[in-house]
Design a protein around this ligand. Structure first.
Ligand SMILES: C[S@@+](CC[C@H](N)C(=O)[O-])C[C@H]1O[C@@H](n2cnc3c(N)ncnc32)[C@H](O)[C@@H]1O
Length: 249
């Protein structure tokens, strides 16, 4: 596990010293509804995660006592995250999403459902991941990441060598990575990148599937996301992958 002083900055990792990483895809959509715009002015600053500290200990971010911390990367409209946060009030939730209309939806859910255990990073998940205290997460969700189907765009996919290393540093041994996609090529891509990560040593992600139904059938504690509903309406079949994270020699 890298010590904090050895952890690379976002700029170093992007290979473009002094510049900001680029989030592919849109970050703004339709004008926010008045209530959402108001909550973005009033509530969002209180639930937004500041990246001012070099190391962020997630357990200090919540006004209530939390045991584990779970992170969702690219939460879209926040349906899955809000559901999990309501079902697991003793767990702290971090959500990353650069699309501001999605952030506004989750902020509305936090307000309506009264969720003290959710904090938001409204930007590239990599900026947060590289500042999280090592081993501070128990679960990470990447649900329906942007598929980037053209081969010349595959390098934009969120799952890659760099992000698996960042997730591994932030996830405790015994923690879980959950990934879903309706794009067979992205599922195979993720399994191949996981295999490569495991071969390098230091840590591994063990795929928990023993039989096809383990990845074909959605577990009951895994609610549908908006993107998944659309995929199913359009005739695509999701895969649900769960990996247990372990340190290795
Ligand atoms: C296809 S959508 C899926 C949204 C949601 N997970 C769902 O299943 O409905 C992918 C999401 O990932 C977000 N995203 C893309 N790059 C990201 C990054 N570097 N960090 C965090 N989120 C990102 C996008 O803004 C988008 O909302």
């Amino acid at each position: 596990m890298p010590t904090n002083s050895k952890r690379k900055s976002a700029e170093q990792l992007s290979g473009e010293a002094g510049t900001r990483r680029h989030v592919y895809g849109r970050t703004k959509g339709k004008t926010l509804k008045p209530r959402q715009a108001n909550l973005m002015e009033t509530l969002f600053p209180r639930v937004s995660i500041s990246l001012d500290d070099a190391v962020i200990d997630p357990s200090t971010l919540f006004p209530v006592e939390t045991g584990e911390t779970w992170l969702e990367i690219g939460f879209g409209g926040g349906e899955h995250l809000a559901w999990q946060a309501e079902q697991n009030p003793g767990t702290g939730f971090l959500g990353c999403e650069p699309f501001i209309n999605g952030v506004a939806k989750l902020v509305s859910e936090i307000d309506e459902r009264g969720l003290p255990n959710v904090r938001i990073h409204a930007d590239d998940a990599r900026f947060l991941l590289e500042r999280l205290k090592p081993g501070s997460l128990s679960r990470v969700f990447i649900l329906y990441p942007d598929p980037w189907p053209k081969s010349r765009h595959h390098k934009r996919r969120f799952v890659n060598e760099e992000t698996l290393a960042l997730i591994s540093a932030a996830l405790r041994p015994g923690g879980e990575l959950r990934f879903a996609s309706d794009i067979p090529h992205y599922v195979a891509w993720t399994l191949a990148h996981i295999r490569r990560h495991n071969m390098k040593g230091g840590s591994r992600f063990d795929w928990l599937a023993e039989r096809p139904d383990d990845w074909r059938i959605r577990p009951s504690d895994w609610p549908r996301t908006r993107y998944e509903e659309k995929a199913i309406r359009e005739g695509r079949t999701p895969a649900y992958l769960r990996f247990r994270h372990e340190k290795t020699a």
